[in-house]
Each structure stands twice: as structure tokens, then as C-alpha cells.
Design a binder for this molecule. Sequence first.
Ligand SMILES: [Zn+2]
Length: 321
Amino acid sequence: MARAMKTRTARRGVSPRGASASVRKESHGWAVRRAGGLQIVESRALAKLGWLVHGFSTRPGGDSVVDGKPALNLGFTDWDERARVEKNRAAFSAALRAREMPLVALRQFHSDVIHLVSAPPTPAEEAPRADALAARVPGLLLGVQTADCVPILLADTRHRAVAAVHAGWRGTLARIAVKALGRMRMEFGTRPQDVVAAIGPAIGRCCYEVGSEVAQAFAMQFPAAADWFDGPFEQLSHGEEPLWLPWLTMMPPGHVPPPPRVQLDLRAANRWQLADAGVPESQIDVSDLCTACRPDLLFSYRQEGAKTGRMMAAIGVRGGK
Ligand SMILES: [Zn+2]
């Protein structure tokens, strides 16, 4: 997969001077666009589609306060006031130039449940319990919230249908992105070869430590799993963890053995799943922004705990007017 990304970067060949002054380039064709005091991370592959609205929110700006600084918290967390979050969501919509598009958000629970949206939500309606949204109705904004988990946006360029997916390790294990594709196929006739996918900012392989139970669960589900882990994946996934203890006590003082943990690359796992389901690799755009490495730009639950904010990844089909 690194191969494909390098090729794309090399082929880019766009002069930075040619880009708009308000857009700062990230690697692999991703950009951070400034709008209304906010910074919106955009996938170049999705930004090319004129019928589409999309964006990944970031931390700076907003009406909430995290660590004494203004923050764009877009989730109804225990510590924040509902009115502030609603104001932040309105600012995010405006920054996406989608002020008139009602936002459909979810009460997420690390499931593989996909909610189909066929009409704008009524004001009194409670957010549906699910971890992905799909729609073909123009004029609606679909949003999933994350603060380490992987946000995935899907666009069917043939039928002009979209989906937003929240994939933590449980959702990834349950193949939620592929199930969203399947739901789009069922509802809209979506074919994987017509889909452009953007896998947004999430906790990276550099920072996402997991234990043997996660390694084992992935090893059982995916033949390619070893590619997504750093560290003693083979030992941990084969349940050899007890062997670590005697080895540890044999180590001379001052020699710290590698901890019996592995690091998981959730974005690589989701990229593999989408490609395996038939989405061409050249149409899968993966951000390399790590939530835990970039507290200046992003929220990280792992890094900051329950007091941190939530980001939102949103996608929608523009109204036909
Ligand atoms: Zn990191």
C-alpha cells in the first residue's frame, strides 16, 4: 500500500504556487483548508467531485474549551454544553459551505450497524444508534464522530450516493466499511469500482498500542492481518503471551524487554478491506495525520481521555438547485 501512495505523490506534480493561498498541502494529496476561523482537512480525491460536499473537522477554533483553549468539539460529551456543540456544528457546516444542509449524526456504539437516511431528520428526532450512515438524497450532510477511531467517507460517483463510517478496532474487525459498501450496493446499485473512498485522520500505527486479545481477533479474521501490526504480532496472536513472563525475569537489570503489546494500523486494515471488496487502490485516499501525534490540530481520546473533544467527518450530495 505504501507503494501506491508513493506513486500518487510522485505523480502529483502540482506547483504549490498554483494552489490557493488558504490551502496548505499535506502529503498524499490531502489539504487543510481554512474557513471561518476553522481548519478543514480535505481529501483531494473527494474535493474533485463537484456534486459532493465533504470535510474532516479539526480541533482549533470553536466555542468549546479544552485545555484552556478554544476547541471545535462536535460531540455531545458529558463535559460540554449542548448549546456550544450545536454552535460548533453550525460553524463546521458553514465552513463546509453546507449551511443549508441538515446534519444527520449518530449515537455511535462501536457496532457494524448502518443507518440508511432517506429524509431530513425532524428537529425532535433522536440521533439513530448506528456507526455508519448512507444516503442518496441530495441536500443532507452525513456525519460520524471520532477522536482516534477511523472516519471513512465513501462516494459512489455513478449513482451520486454517499456514506460516512466510524471504524474503531471493533468496527474494523466487524468489516463495517465493507458492510456500508454492501448496503450501498443493495439500496443504490453501487459498484465498488465506482467508489472513491477517503480514510481520514485517526490514531496511527505509531501510537496505537493494543493487547493480545485484539491481535488474536484480527489474526482469526484476516489472512493479511500481520501487515497491519508492528511488534510481536506472531507471538501475541498465537496466544504465546505467558512465555513473556519467565523471559522478562531472566533479563539483567537495566535491560528493558519490548512490552508484550503490538501497534495496530487501523487505516491500513480498512484500506485493505475496501480494496479486497473491489474498490480500486487508486481510488482510496488515506490521510497520514495521527490524532495522538498532533494535539495541536486533532483530538485524541487515547492521549487526553474523556475530557477531550470529538471531531466529525461529513459528506453529502449537494442539492440539485
Ligand atoms: Zn502517532
